[in-house]
Design a protein around this ligand. Structure first.
Ligand SMILES: *[C@@H]1O[C@H](CO)[C@@H](O)[C@H](O)[C@H]1NC(C)=O
Ligand SMILES: *[C@@H]1O[C@H](CO)[C@@H](O)[C@H](O)[C@H]1NC(C)=O
Ligand SMILES: *[C@@H]1O[C@H](CO)[C@@H](O)[C@H](O)[C@H]1NC(C)=O
Ligand SMILES: *[C@@H]1O[C@H](CO)[C@@H](O)[C@H](O)[C@H]1NC(C)=O
Ligand SMILES: *[C@@H]1O[C@H](CO)[C@@H](O)[C@H](O)[C@H]1NC(C)=O
Ligand SMILES: CC(=O)N[C@H]1CO[C@H](CO)[C@@H](O)[C@@H]1O
Length: 598
């Protein structure tokens, strides 16, 4: 059972001979990429790497070398534009797709009692059709000319610039599809991820070659569990159990870290994506930041940490900043993902291990079931020993440099509850303390939902942004606390969140990838690209909440605010400061005399 634990020194030294970001130089590691991305020929760095080649890769690279020779290595912006026009094509790689299991009247609608919400769910169900895509035959015929990695089945994309498959987004999309009665589509999406896993040895961040060297929060086994719960399809488990084990071993082989705490050694996972150079899809941003590093920080190390943060899904956040005093101050140049052990990753990994054990039980393989159950149990116990903070009554990320908890509010602190990574006995003992922690942070007081953090850094995974997956985590955690008060609060948070999204949708006819905690229904800002509409996980979570609470939820006009401006009018907006006074509709019953009941 000691298959892993060839464990490395705590603060891992990054090797000199890092692999390139991917095996396709045009998109990952070439003079062409550098020359096109540095002058920002396209405002979004992702635009170029999503183009397909008109000719084969070798011709493209050779011809670019020739044109470099002709221009003394200094092509003008116009020459570069002409080259890209001649050698690349942006006619698109996906086509619209109508999933055969989509229906305009899915049964879930009947369990939503509020009429306006029923219509809302109906509208969201229509959006699945807008987001459903499949590969154009040209991608399958000539995969070598694309950065897109072909997959067999149609799928639902997140939306906006995220027009390919994304790993952890797919979890909430699959959940929403299963609730919308689209079982076959959900199954196809899981199979696509498994196809990617078999091809690359990991489920990549997204289905593009330039995401090849990093993964994302490992929610695949949980998706399989959701699918199995809906269908009882044991054959599906049998077909995929080997792939799921492969994913467990991938994380154990590549992301494990040992640390000392109270004279004991523990092993846990951290995000770690070692490859050379900037992220191709954010090349300009990474390269520019790497020129501004202080204290002689090595760009190679910076690139690895920034990719690690992208792997976490939290790109970017003060969560990954190790400021000069070891706190979470600073900016992107202070990012040190590899030195931080994240609560959510380890909770999700526990859940995956536990599911793999359960699947083996269902498949009548008790030996393997016992093996994975014991690894899961070890993970659970290490989460408790290392990440639980007895003083504050909550789990925290752990800083392996300072050997201490990072005592900051992040929604990810609640992930062990959401993922079932807490023993019943422990839960009974500590549930009231976790609830107190939540109240004390005052995050329930925001009119637009629970912000991801309390640090306003201008990064998109910080205050004031609210992210649907994190709302899902907090609601799931409150449900798991399983006290009367926590269950009531879970329902209140759910009810508030549905109203927030409903308000945004009523005002703009759009669903956003993230929202603004300060203004109910307004899209969030910050980070390195503008807000995206669609949106896969936002809609998925709405269905989750309708399934859980649809009978009780009521739309109400109580969220009165200035109308939300559609996302089209939004560009590079500066984040509003939290000190701006806004009418707050509190969720926190202990702080408010206003009743939240309808
Ligand atoms: C570019 O010029 C160098 C010498 O200056 C030469 O070695 C190389 O072959 C040339 N490359 C191409 C693609 O013409
Ligand atoms: C570093 O660790 C010590 C205890 O080991 C703690 O008192 C201190 O607050 C920590 N510093 C930071 C910035 O977390
Ligand atoms: C970030 O917010 C936390 C509260 O969660 C606060 O204690 C901390 O000082 C803030 N960090 C910075 C750098 O302001
Ligand atoms: C990060 O902070 C440092 C000062 O602490 C500053 O010199 C640098 O320009 C900042 N970088 C960015 C990208 O804002
Ligand atoms: C958004 O921008 C368009 C064009 O600039 C303008 O016509 C429209 O009134 C704006 N909408 C809002 C709500 O500001
Ligand atoms: C930023 C990055 O490098 N990778 C992508 C990983 O997937 C998330 C979506 O979940 C994107 O936000 C990132 O762009």
């Amino acid at each position: 059972m000691k298959l892993f634990f060839l464990v490395l020194a705590a603060t891992a030294v990054i090797a000199d001979d890092l692999v390139p970001t991917c095996s396709k130089p045009v998109y990952c590691n070439s003079e062409l990429l550098h020359h096109v991305q540095i002058p920002k020929i396209y405002p979004d760095s992702k635009t170029f790497v999503d183009f397909q080649m008109r000719k084969d890769e070798e011709t493209t690279l050779n011809d670019f070398q020739k044109s470099l020779n002709q221009t003394d290595g200094k092509p003008s912006k116009q020459q570069l534009e002409e080259f890209v026009k001649e050698y690349f094509d942006d006619s698109g790689e996906l086509e619209d797709w109508t999933p055969s299991d989509w229906s305009s009247e899915p049964p879930i609608l009947n369990s939503i009692h509020d009429e306006k919400y029923r219509q809302f769910a109906k509208d969201l169900n229509q959006i699945w059709l807008i987001l459903a895509k499949r590969m154009k035959p040209s991608v399958i015929e000539k995969p070598e000319q694309h950065s897109l990695i072909p997959v067999t089945h149609g799928f639902v994309v997140p939306g906006g610039r995220f027009k390919e498959i994304y790993y952890w987004d797919t979890y909430w999309i699959v959940e929403g599809l299963l609730i919308s009665g689209m079982t076959t589509t959900a199954k196809g999406m899981i199979e696509n991820l498994i196809e990617l896993l078999n091809k690359l040895g990991k489920v990549p961040n997204g289905s593009r070659w330039y995401y090849q060297e990093r993964s994302q929060p490992p929610l695949l086994a949980k998706m399989v569990a959701l699918y199995y719960q809906k269908t009882g399809d044991i054959e599906f488990l049998r077909d995929n159990i080997v792939a799921l084990e492969k994913e467990m071993n991938y994380w154990l082989d590549t992301h494990i870290i040992a640390l000392n705490k109270d004279d004991k050694v523990y092993t846990l996972l951290r995000y770690y994506a070692p490859s050379a150079g900037p992220r191709p899809e954010s090349y300009n941003e990474d390269y520019t930041n790497a020129q501004r590093l202080r204290n002689g920080r090595d760009p190679t190390e910076f690139y690895v940490d920034i990719k690690g943060a992208a792997e976490s899904g939290w790109d970017f956040s003060s969560r990954w900043f190790l400021g000069p005093n070891g706190d979470n101050s600073g900016n992107l140049t202070n990012i040190e993902t590899r030195n931080i052990i994240p609560v959510d990753l380890n909770a999700i990994f526990f859940n995956a291990l536990n599911n793999v054990a359960k699947f083996h039980s269902l498949l009548k393989d008790p030996r393997k079931a016992a093996h994975w159950a014991s690894v899961a149990e070890q993970w659970r116990s290490n989460i408790e020993s290392v990440l639980w903070n007895e003083d504050d009554g909550i789990w925290y990320d752990y800083d392996i440099i300072n050997e201490s908890h990072r005592k900051y509010f992040y929604t990810s602190n609640f992930a062990p509850l959401w993922m079932g990574a807490v023993e019943q006995r422990f839960l009974k003992k500590h549930a009231p303390r976790v609830l107190d922690y939540l109240y004390n942070t005052e995050v329930l007081d925001y009119p637009g939902g629970i912000p991801t953090s309390l640090n306003n850094t201008g990064e998109q995974w910080d205050l004031p942004n609210v992210w649907p997956p994190e709302v899902s985590i907090v609601i799931g955690a409150l449900e798991a606390l399983d006290t009367e008060e926590s269950k009531r609060l879970a329902k209140d948070v759910a009810s508030h969140w549905v109203r927030v999204c409903y308000k945004g949708f009523s005002d703009t006819k759009q669903m956003f990838e993230k929202y603004d905690a300060l203004v109910a229904g307004k899209y969030g800002g910050g980070g390195e690209y503008t807000v995206q509409e669609g949106f896969g996980w936002t809609n998925g979570l709405m269905f989750e909440l309708f399934e859980k609470y649809g009978k009780e939820l009521k739309s109400s006009d109580s969220i009165e605010d200035t109308p939300v401006i559609p996302a089209d009018n939004h560009s590079n907006e500066k984040l509003s400061s939290i000190s701006e006074s806004l009418e707050v509709i509190p969720l926190n019953p202990s702080r408010s005399t206003e009743s939240f009941e309808n």
